[in-house]
Design a binder for this molecule. Structure first.
Ligand SMILES: C[S@@+](CC[C@H](N)C(=O)[O-])C[C@H]1O[C@@H](n2cnc3c(N)ncnc32)[C@H](O)[C@@H]1O
Length: 248
């Protein structure tokens, strides 16, 4: 599969480096997200959550929730509860404050946890969401397997992740923006010299389209589909858990 791209090229694990990087950029993460994507990331999250509408999930787990934007958007589905987990304490702190200011603390609970070792029973959640998180996993298959384990039978997973546009001239414009402009602006505003270089590098090394669906299939999901967004700059992947555990 993909080569391992880490934020700081240190000897520590990818997981530790990712947590450190998001801790560093947490105070400016929301602003940079919306600024660098011209607000399009908000529309992508909305579209992803709409795909869950007819499933009416009552319990939702938002993986790699960060500052909680996907968890907040998931309230449109009128669930009883949304649980968000992340390994970065500082991202969670920003999220918890935002959720509290919006008066949503009764509905959304954020906690520190690792996607590759989820502290929940199997078959627990009706739906699982993950926005721009899976690319940062140290072990993608382990993370997806854990999502599969805690999802209830027939439950649905919705993953939103960056992908790569293939068409001329979008591809050329995207490459210029993503590899040249974005790291320069990101560095100035986030004050982290690597975070916005790691972003395009990690996207380049990450599977997308059918390749990503193959990994989902390998970890047990079925009824797989993907929807490219904005000429393929991002994609939504959906899948379901079958009635029987993998291998049975
Ligand atoms: C780009 S942010 C996405 C935040 C949010 N989901 C959104 O849509 O804006 C990626 C998040 O993934 C988290 N993350 C990376 N690896 C993780 C893991 N193994 N377990 C939990 N969270 C993880 C990072 O700490 C970071 O907050």
């Amino acid at each position: 599969m993909s080569s391992v791209v880490t934020p700081y090229n240190q000897s520590s694990s990818k997981k530790q480096q990712v947590a450190e990087m998001f801790d560093n950029i947490a105070p400016r993460y929301d602003f940079l997200n919306h600024f660098l994507s011209l607000g399009i990331d908000i529309l992508w999250r909305k579209k992803a959550i709409r795909l869950l509408k007819k499933h009416r999930p009552k319990t939702i787990l938002d993986i790699a929730t960060g500052t909680g934007d996907f968890a907040i958007e998931a309230l449109k589905l009128n669930p009883e509860k949304v649980t968000g987990i992340d390994i970065s304490e500082k991202m969670l702190e920003v999220g918890i404050e935002k959720i509290s200011k919006k008066g949503l603390s009764e509905k959304i609970h954020l906690q520190k946890a690792d996607s590759e070792n989820l502290p929940f029973e199997e078959n627990f959640f009706d739906a699982i969401t993950a926005g721009f998180g899976v690319r940062n996993f140290e072990n993608l298959e382990k993370g997806l397997s854990e999502m599969y384990r805690v999802l209830r039978e027939n439950g649905m997973v919705v993953i939103l992740e960056f992908s790569q546009p293939d068409q001329f001239p979008i591809k050329q414009f995207y490459n210029f923006y993503f590899f040249k402009l974005l790291p320069a602006i990101g560095k100035i505003i986030s004050k982290d010299s690597r975070a916005y270089t790691y972003l395009p590098e990690s996207v380049s090394a990450f599977p997308y389209g059918n390749q990503f669906l193959n990994v989902m299939q390998k970890t047990g999901f079925h009824e797989l589909k993907y929807y490219p967004l904005s000429f393929g700059v991002a994609s939504i992947y959906i899948g379901r858990k079958g009635k029987h555990p993998v291998g049975v």
